[in-house]
Design a protein around this ligand. Structure first.
Ligand code: GAR
Length: 223
């Protein structure tokens, strides 16, 4: 059985989606930089090791990263999954787990890297927003893209309604991407994501859509 280590900083809803997806893997540990992260309690309740490496206990980013890397490596993961992990990782950390570390980001990258993605999408007046799962590289919120989900931005949306619509899709695409990796259906080759086997792609997502049909959404699925 392959082994996953999940890194979180807070609520942990993406982590929960991974737990609930019944992946063909063992979730070996959940590690947080934040002792108050709600997701830690959830992991403990599900008999998964929940550890804290508090960045506040370290004088600088590189010593924190070294301690975090040692903790992650102690669980011998095949895959490291960042699920709302809000610390920037050093190149040394990223290189150590290169090709086996994924992140989810609440925007259609490369648009809206960083924080406050939903408000910034509203401010820009984009018609489509969404989320992205990508391999982690040393550049923040960049890296080869595995899967994205687009949602329409609707008239009357505010940050909360848009965030909720995106989050629902995060909970769909993250377990999908992790499963693809576990099943060797996706790999990273020379910095590009390669898919092994056929994927069925949905039709275009158009927003605003014709009124009688409503916005179209879809999810890549295997055939
Ligand atoms: C999610 O929306 C995730 O995409 C985002 O933090 C949230 C965590 O929620 N991650 C980033 O912004 C990373 N750049 P969760 O703790 O409920 O999964």
């Amino acid at each position: 059985m392959k082994r996953i280590v999940v890194l979180i900083s807070g609520r942990g809803s993406n982590m929960r989606a991974l737990f609930e997806a019944k992946l063909p893997a063992t979730i070996a540990a959940v590690i947080s930089n934040n002792p108050a992260a709600a997701g830690l309690e959830y992991a403990r309740r599900h008999n998964v090791e929940a550890r804290v490496v508090n960045h506040r206990d370290f004088p600088d980013r590189s010593s924190f990263d070294a301690a975090l890397a040692a903790e992650v490596a102690s669980f011998t993961p095949d895959l490291v999954v960042l699920a709302g992990f809000m610390r920037i990782l050093t190149e040394t950390f990223v290189t150590r787990f290169a090709g086996r570390m994924l992140n989810i980001h609440p925007s259609l990258l490369p648009a809206f890297t960083g924080v406050n993605t939903h408000q910034r999408a509203l401010d820009e007046g984009v018609r489509l927003h969404g989320c992205t799962v990508h391999f982690v590289t040393a550049t923040l919120d960049h890296g080869p893209i595995v899967i994205q989900a687009a949602v329409p931005v609707l008239p009357g949306d505010d940050e909360a309604t848009l965030a909720a619509r995106v989050l629902e899709q995060e909970h769909r695409i993250y377990p999908t991407a992790v499963r693809w990796l576990l099943e060797d259906k996706v790999s990273l080759e020379q910095g590009r994501v390669k898919f092994h086997g056929a994927l069925c792609f949905p039709a275009a997502v158009i927003s605003p859509a014709e009124q009688d049909k409503g916005p179209r959404t879809g999810q890549a699925r295997e055939v």
